[in-house]
Design a protein around this ligand. Sequence first.
Ligand code: GSY
Length: 175
Amino acid sequence: MTGRPETRAFLGLGGNIGDPATTMAIALRTLDATDGVSVERVSSLYRTPPWGEVDQPDFLNAVAEVRTGLSARELLDACLSTERALKRERRERWGPRLIDLDILLYGEERIAGDGLEIPHPRMLGRAFVLVPLAEIAPGLTLDGLTVRDHLSRLDTGGIDRVSNGTGWWKGTGAE
Ligand code: GSY
């Protein structure tokens, strides 16, 4: 408990090295066990064609909704330490990665500076973010349009849902 009112935040997860589904599941369980963070909803897992540097393996992507009493900065620190614990290695800017854990939205706040930019500046142009976000929050409004509407403007070709459900991260064998 932090004493701060709780905020609903959305996190984007992605990876394309090793076993990204397991790495992302461990990341979500680590965050859920963090004081002041509760993972409320998680999208299915999606296989997505690489954006940016296209000569690399497909990614797995997902989006999670968390309830948190942490500030945006504290939530970012929790994401970064989770990434570090998973021995993430940053390589090329748009290249392969073990796991990426990004804050997409933090309530309705707009934050810029000190290493934080929320809403995530590129999220509305990325189908690999909006497809899983639209699964768990289709009616959420951003810049006057719903997530569903933003998604309808993007090419979703090559994106496939690869989990049977949304329990893939819990480590119980349930998908
Ligand atoms: O944070 C973005 C990492 N990334 C991704 C990704 O997560 N998914 C897909 N499909 N392409 C990507 N390119 C980069 S960089």
